[in-house]
Each structure stands twice: as C-alpha cells, then as structure tokens.
Write a protein that binds this ligand. Sequence first.
Ligand code: 4NP
Length: 159
Amino acid sequence: MSEEKKKALFICLGNICRSPIAEGVFQKTVNDLKIGDKWEIDSAAIGGWHVGNPPDWRALDTMKNHNVPYNNHCRQITKEDFNYYDYIFGMDEANMKDLNKKAPKDCKAKLLMFGDFDPQGDRIIRDPYYDSDAKGFEKCYQQSVRCSKGFLDHLEKES
Ligand code: 4NP
C-alpha cells in the first residue's frame, strides 16, 4: 500500500537566503535517513522581489561547503500552498505574522516556526541578507541541521 507523502514548505521573506538553506538541508536530512521518498519539500517567499532567481551566492556557497545539493529557484507563496502542504515553516516572528495574515480560514497546513524544533532553543533564524559576510548563512545552515532532526524526532514521538 502506498502511503501519501508528507508535504513541507519552507518560507522566508525573500526565498533567496534562509528558506532555500532550510529546504536543502531538510531534503538532505530525509534523503540520508532513506525516507526521502516519503516527503515532498519546497520553499517560497513572502515577497515577490526575487521570483525566478537562484539563491544568494552566499547561500549557494554555504550549501556547497556542506554537500547540500540545491537547484531550485525563488517563487512566492500562493493561496493554494496553504491547503496543499501539511507543514509551512517560517524562520522568524515576522514570517509567522505574515503567514498567519495570508492564511485562509480553512487552512490545512500547520504554520510552524522552524526554530521551535531546535533542541538548543535558538528559536529565531535571523535574516542574513544585509550582512557584509557569510557568517549568518553558516549559522542558518547549523540551525537548519538541528531543526530538521528536531522536527523529525517530534513527528516520531507524535506517531
Ligand atoms: P531571506 O532574506 O528572507 O532569508 O531570503 C532576504 C532576501 C531578500 C530580501 C529580504 C530578505 N529583500 O528585501 O530583497
């Protein structure tokens, strides 16, 4: 019997820094655990400024440094996403506010802050876009690794 895939969408303001890293890391985490076939994963932006673009070069460099494959391009979240995905993750409080504002009344997806699954309790995945270096991107990567495992552990306990 084929089980329906679980669907997760990672959101940030621009979809060129944090959510591509979160998407790539979560995909790699499930692939490494040999449960990649059980998941459908994507990322999207709150705002439309970078639609069609690849991620910021610092996000791509960070993923390359950690052997995280990434080939996706920016898109903006749609109304349909809220009833298609099971889980929609924001990176900070502003993302959560925007998601809650955009969500339809009968929203199927659970709107969750990715950082709430960090076992180290570092809740906010800070926007590194305006930084003058790539350190914030590395930090986002490290948080995404912990949160990906933390969320999967949470689902195991729930089931
Ligand atoms: P992200 O970072 O939300 O982590 O992708 C940003 C990228 C672009 C902009 C803001 C945040 N922007 O205003 O263009």
